[in-house]
Design a protein around this ligand. Structure first.
Ligand SMILES: [Zn+2]
Ligand SMILES: [Zn+2]
Length: 368
């Protein structure tokens, strides 16, 4: 299975000509999963190699506009490009995010008279009270979603914290398990962990031939972990004829935060192949960053170090940090300085630091 990330927006607060607002796409075997959808994400998508129509799942870290304002418009545009043939069974787009998201979409799509040519479902994560200061919590009135569903809306689940793992199980399929974890921000924020299942190693075909086994269904059974008995009565155990297990890849995407909450995030993200973390402001602005519920490169690096991540990707930069390609002499705020600040913390570790830029593509390779 191929896997890569494309960054569509790496700026905070609002989209600018230099940086789009928050959005990235994790692509697995052609399926596109969108993480956050700031204003302008659809035009960023059009400029990229990706196709909006391939988006099957959306993950929204929190309800701040720079992560969400683009979603209703994007859904409408995807719909415009969808085949209107009623015979064609359109798959449901699953949308995961904090409580309040269901109402946001129902109201924005409803008031604007927007009809979609595909169904969607919003699966809401129930935050805990310690995920934000009190003023960041939504009133019951604000989130009440007891009205009629939007015509294309299917009932979604409400997902509560599993206290035994300090995480939220979003879904699991044959290839991956997807979970969310709690972060502290001005309003409740979440991070997401996509963990690919481990896979059996390749069959040692030479050895199988020596044992007198020809390619066929028995190969599949061995690969599936089943022992088989040869005609001679010899038992063949899969471990004899399979190469080493191929570990699944792990991708973790953090929403805005000034800290993690509980031990779930670090446990879940342990050994991440790629850990995407915000670094809104440089270390010298730490107080201001934390005040606004954000992180500095030093803080992001500390998380990556604690998780023993392989790669730390920094994103969600204040718009004061222009991409290095449009940096001019005399510009005060140099984004390369943010990279250096993270690297300082990780000097004696093997974590690689990467600065995300709009349209950057990051392949995630299997560990062999
Ligand atoms: Zn933000
Ligand atoms: Zn935010």
């Amino acid at each position: 299975m191929s896997m890569d990330i494309t960054f569509l927006g790496t700026g905070s607060a609002y989209p600018s000509p230099h940086r789009g607002a928050s959005a990235l796409v994790l692509r697995t075997d052609g399926d596109c999963w969108l993480f956050d959808c700031g204003e302008g994400t659809q035009t960023q998508l059009m400029k990229s190699q990706l196709r909006a129509g391939r988006i099957t799942k959306v993950f929204i870290s929190h309800l701040h506009g720079d992560h969400l304002f683009g979603l209703p418009g994007l859904l409408c545009t995807v719909s415009l490009n969808t085949n209107a043939d009623p015979q064609q069974n359109q798959a449901c787009v699953d949308i995961y995010g904090p409580v309040g998201l269901r109402k946001f979409l129902r109201v924005t799509l409803g008031l604007t008279g927007s009809q979609l040519l595909f169904p969607y479902a919003v699966h809401e994560l129930e935050p805990t009270l310690d995920q934000s200061p009190e003023e960041g919590q939504l009133s019951m009135e604000m989130i009440a979603d007891d009205g009629p569903l939007h015509p294309q809306e299917q009932p979604g689940r409400t997902i509560c914290l599993d206290v035994s793992t300090d995480s939220y199980l979003l879904f699991e399929n044959k290839k991956v398990v997807a979970k969310a974890f709690r972060l502290f921000h001005r309003i409740p924020s979440f991070g997401f962990c996509i963990q690919e299942h481990d896979r059996p190693g390749r069959l040692k075909t030479e050895l199988l031939k020596e044992l007198g086994l020809k390619p066929g269904p028995l190969y599949g059974r061995l690969k599936a972990g089943e022992s088989i008995i040869l005609e001679s009565g010899r038992l063949v155990h899969p471990s004899e004829v399979l190469e080493e297990t191929i570990p699944g890849r792990k991708v973790c995407v953090f929403g805005d935060c000034s800290s993690v909450l509980g031990d779930g995030p670090l446990r879940l993200c342990s050994g991440a192949d790629v850990l995407v973390h915000e670094a809104t402001l440089g270390n010298e602005h730490r107080e201001k960053a934390v005040d606004h519920g954000h992180s500095t490169p030093e803080m992001a690096a500390a998380v990556a170090r604690a998780c023993c991540a392989r790669k730390l990707v920094l994103y969600h930069f204040s718009q004061r940090y222009k991409p290095s390609s449009s940096q001019k002499d005399g510009d005060d705020d140099n984004v390369l300085e943010l990279k250096r600040q993270a690297e300082d913390v990780l000097q004696d570790s093997s974590v690689e630091v990467i600065l995300a830029e709009d349209f950057m593509n990051l392949p995630i390779l299997l560990r062999r």
